[in-house]
Write a protein that binds this ligand. Structure first.
Ligand code: FMN
Length: 329
């Protein structure tokens, strides 16, 4: 029996956070070798990219990546509704509105974390999204932003937004400091306030509350699940992907022997070969696997060898991987 033997009630107790440049299609396909059940998110895609850009490039995915949620960036209810419908037609399992990103670029577009100051607008956005689709609509947000940092502001935000009828909230348990800190600093400097998230769950028991921020360990995730419905893991899922090897069995009660790290990479060979045959570069995929042998003898060698070889000519994918994995058991 594991230390967290209680059975989570939520169908998706653990998810991997949306992360720009990181949780792209290749990363998601790679992670599916390690966990079949964890709920995955895309990177944030803006409504203008979908409505005016190369839609297929932004939205296509392999069915193996499911369950998969598309995260949208935008602040126009009609555009968000249209993009939600498009997402539903593409086969996504849900759409999520980004109200947490603090970057200047996103702020200039008036969306992301600055929407924490406009709960009425977020309600209009989620209302429009919800009425356009039958898949779940959710919001990922911060506990506040500079100037609106109190628990009462957070509670008001959730109260107003939930009037749209949405019930799924992912809360990154830090404020975002807009205009003062970089996105990376905004993930480390403002202190984590898990208690605020627990209190929200207590005050809004019918809402689905997912906690996010600073979770790097499955025991901690398990204990957080006693207080909230779900746990979202970001950076640790990228830096230590094999952390997820135990997730299906422990949190989804899905028993499947997880392949070893080496088997994971060997199972990626056909995918890598196909990617290359379509004109793709091997480093597009392999860069996401750098952390696979994290903390193990030979792990540093794997990273170094991949970095040296994946940008140059190599005789075959198998040769490249075999030589990078030479020093791992
Ligand atoms: C490289 C990177 C890119 C990110 N991109 C997004 C994004 O597109 N949308 C979003 O809501 N959050 C984004 N985030 C924030 C994460 O989703 C998450 O909220 C944050 O990293 C805190 O979780 P963690 O402490 O488990 O990493 C990003 C984080 C990182 C590290």
């Amino acid at each position: 029996m594991t230390t967290n033997s209680h059975r989570p009630k939520d169908p998706f107790p653990i998810s991997i956070a949306p992360m720009m440049e990181w949780t792209d299609r290749h990363y998601r396909v790679f992670m599916r070798r390690i966990t079949e059940k964890t709920l995955l998110y895309t990177e944030m895609v803006t409504t203008s990219a979908i409505l005016r850009g190369d839609r297929k490039r932004f939205l296509d995915f392999d069915p193996i990546e499911k369950p998969l949620i598309l995260q949208l960036g935008g602040d126009n209810p009609e555009d968000l509704a249209e993009c939600s419908k498009i997402a539903e037609d593409f086969g996504y399992d849900g759409v999520n509105l980004n109200v947490g990103c603090p970057s200047d670029r996103v702020r200039d577009g008036h969306f992301g974390a600055c929407l924490m100051a406009k709960p009425d607008l977020v309600r209009s956005c989620t209302e429009a999204m919800k009425s356009a689709v039958s898949i779940p609509v959710s919001v990922k947000h911060r506990i506040g932003i500079n100037g609106l940092e109190s628990y009462e502001n957070l509670k008001n935000f959730i109260q107003v937004v939930s009037q749209s009828g949405i019930r799924d909230f992912t809360i990154h348990a830090r404020i975002a400091v807009l205009g003062g800190l970089s996105p990376a600093q905004n993930r480390t400097i403002p202190p984590l306030r898990y208690e605020d998230v627990f209190q929200i769950k207590k005050e809004f028991p019918s809402l689905r509350i997912e906690i996010n921020g600073g979770i790097r360990d499955l025991d901690i995730a398990g204990s957080l699940l006693e207080k909230v419905d779900a746990v979202m893991i970001g950076r640790a899922a990228y830096e230590i992907p094999y952390l997820f090897a135990g997730v299906d069995e422990r949190f989804y009660f899905h028993s499947r022997p997880c392949p070893s790290r080496k088997e994971v990479m060997i199972s990626m060979i056909p995918y890598l070969e196909e990617h290359i045959s379509k004109g793709g570069k091997i480093h597009h995929v392999l860069r996401h696997t750098m952390g696979l042998f994290h903390g193990l003898p030979g792990g540093k060698y794997y990273r170094r060898k991949l970095t040296e070889t994946m940008y140059s000519e190599f005789p075959s994918v198998k040769f490249l991987l075999d030589s990078a994995m030479e020093k791992v058991d």
